[in-house]
Design a protein around this ligand. Sequence first.
Ligand code: NAD
Length: 254
Amino acid sequence: MRLTDKVTLITGSGSGIGKSTALLFGREGAYVIVNDLDAAKGEETVAEIQSNGGRAIFLQADVTDPVSVKNMVDNAVSQCGRIDVLFNNAGISGVGALHELEPEQWDRVIHVNIRGVFLPSKYVVPYMMEQGGGSIINMSSCIAEIGLAKRASYAATKGAVLALTKSMQVDYAPYHIRVNALLPGTILTPFVENYLKTSYDDPEAAIASLKGRQLSNTLGKPEDVAQAALFLASDDSKFMMGSPLYIDGGVVFG
Ligand code: NAD
């Protein structure tokens, strides 16, 4: 097992990639702190980890709210003693070319996807400094490196997360904290299913076109990203610092 007794906090782990990662970390021996805005979904993740013999608790918090995030982090440390791995995974989609977006729509995506990395990191980093290290994984996207239609606000956030990852790595390397980013291609999760349903008249045709964009000619699965998160969380990646890790079926280089 690659995460025996490591304490791991995964934001947005009530669904999709976060949930799949929480289940995998639980199987790998971690104590998993499941966070989500949606308590019912978060509790389901915890129940699944526990039914597989793993250890997990649910802590509800909105990653955009400083009070809520600080309480979650302090509570996690008081219950588990430390936080070895922080996976900043929670995020929302944003659809539209820039001129089509209302300022409020733009702000919401920026808020969740960037502030949602800033706040959990802000409150976890001091604990990691004190305990002598840790691993932070930030959820970017391959959209940070390729142009895609009608994804202006979302692309801006994922590019920002990649830049933030590098900056954080420089600041925290002296404290033995590694900070790396995941850049998935299209992964079939509720997030993507919802985007397809609301943005296309023919979601099946949209799926076919998305598959065609990836050299693999398939869409990714949440487990594909979870395996990459496990690598970044574990000491197997100890020489990776400030790096982007692509899990995209070849879309960036295709
Ligand atoms: P998802 O919608 O299945 O899961 C996201 C979870 O985050 C949900 O459970 C949701 O309740 C939670 N969440 C949303 N806002 C929150 C908040 N303010 N506070 C706490 N929790 C909140 O989505 P997913 O596809 O698993 O995406 C997870 C991450 O991966 C996102 O950051 C997304 O941008 C990124 N990503 C996804 C894909 C993809 O193709 N699915 C590709 C690249 C990157």
